[in-house]
Ligand binder design. Structure first.
Ligand SMILES: [Zn+2]
Length: 120
């Protein structure tokens, strides 16, 4: 396992998929759906290559084990688009701001899922 793979999301295949699927006309719902596809692809690559996540404290049992990285967030996608020169720095700033307000308005997690309702 190559150094730095433990928390890696942006494998070459994931970047290729992003470049292939992303369109500037995508709305937030489509981008959230794309994030889920990229997360699934990343997890499959990690599984195929037997890449273990970093050891972290587990919220379920309190022990320490290898945990998988969290789902690819919309913000991570926006940054990746800029890193790979698909969008300009201005567009990055614009999208980031726009996503933040959309996320707040619809009460979404970073990956675009509805936030769990607090029962307490
Ligand atoms: Zn556990």
């Amino acid at each position: 396992m190559a150094a730095g793979d433990a928390s890696k999301t942006w494998f070459d295949e994931v970047i290729t998929e992003l470049k292939k699927k992303w369109k500037s006309s995508m709305d937030w719902e489509q981008l959230i759906a794309l994030g889920k596809q990229l997360t699934a692809l990343r997890d499959k690559i990690r599984e195929d290559r037997k890449i273990l996540g970093p050891r972290m404290k587990c919220h379920s049992c309190g022990g320490h084990h290898h945990m998988n990285p969290t789902a690819v967030t919309v913000r991570a996608i926006i940054f990746a688009l800029h890193t790979h020169k698909l969008i300009s720095a201005d567009k990055l700033a614009e999208l980031e701001k726009s996503w933040k307000s959309y996320q707040r308005k619809h009460k979404l997690t970073g990956a675009g899922d509805p936030k769990p309702v607090k029962t307490a």
